[in-house]
Design a protein around this ligand. Structure first.
Ligand code: MG
Length: 267
């Protein structure tokens, strides 16, 4: 009996192992085909990642839930309807542009400079009251892995919150360098315009086929895609994963843990 039990257990385990290996093979094939499509579409001679460009909110920091709730509270305060999904869909846009979009949709006109400033100030006050922003689970582990591989690491963010940028150094010691960052202060056009990622590419001195972007937001994916870069979306928010693939993501993964676990198979 005992022997039989062990044998059954062993069979079950090997079946699970087989399933995992089939899944891994399928994933590798899918990735290879995505890389081929990417190279062909952009007419690139090669694909050899030497640098990884990270978005910040919703990728490195678990901060999007705070941004979303602050937007909701601020809009409610001034009598403008706004949903959580809208907050996530607008992620990456400048505050002024988000406010303007809501004004056009609801009031049929653009917001004045005064209105933009006032509403953004309310949003920022709510955001600051949210308390300490945590690192996204597995972000540090992934960054350490990439650093050990001697790949370059950049941050490309639409954020202009000085405290958040400073806390990158605090939360991810010895990972980021000031000269390898592109923030809201460095660009004229924010995401979804390709400028932020093109600026980072210029700073890196690399070719577009030597870079991989990690993004979580549809507009961020659009920006990276328009800059001609291979983009992995981590769906850390409440959006349907199809929204991210429709924005141009070459690969959509569940979250940063999923990316960390699959990293060794990726590049
Ligand atoms: Mg983001």
């Amino acid at each position: 009996m005992h022997y039989l039990k062990l044998r059954i257990r062993g069979t079950k385990k090997s079946k699970v192992r087989d399933k995992i290996s089939i899944f891994a093979q399928k994933f590798n094939l899918m990735l290879l085909s995505e890389i081929e499509i990417f190279k062909k579409k952009n007419k690139y001679p090669d694909f050899k990642p030497k640098a990884i460009f990270f978005d910040m909110d919703g990728v490195l920091f678990d901060s999007m839930k705070f941004h979303a709730s602050s937007w909701l509270k601020a809009m409610l305060q001034v009598g403008l309807p706004f949903t959580e999904t809208e907050a996530y869909m607008n992620e990456g846009r400048t505050g002024a542009s988000t406010i303007d979009n809501v004004f056009v949709a609801v009031r049929g006109r653009n917001a004045t400079e005064k209105e933009k400033k006032e509403i953004y100030k309310i949003k920022s006050t709510h955001f600051e009251a949210c308390g300490k922003i945590e690192r996204m689970p597995f972000a540090l582990e992934l960054l350490q892995k990439i650093k050990a591989e001697n790949k370059d690491i950049f941050v490309v963010t639409g954020s202009g919150q000085p405290s958040l940028i400073d806390s990158l150094q605090e939360n991810f010691p010895d990972i980021f360098k000031k000269e390898k960052m592109v923030t809201a202060f460095d660009v004229t056009n924010g995401k979804p315009h390709p400028e932020p990622y093109l600026k980072a590419l210029k700073k890196s001195g690399l070719q577009p086929w030597e870079v991989v972007v990690i993004e979580n937001a549809p507009l961020g994916v659009e920006s990276a895609n328009a800059a001609g870069l291979f983009t992995i979306a981590v769906n850390t928010g409440p959006l349907n994963p199809e929204v991210l693939s429709n924005s141009g993501a070459n690969l959509v993964l569940k979250d940063m843990e999923d990316l960390y676990v699959k990293w060794d198979k990726l590049f």
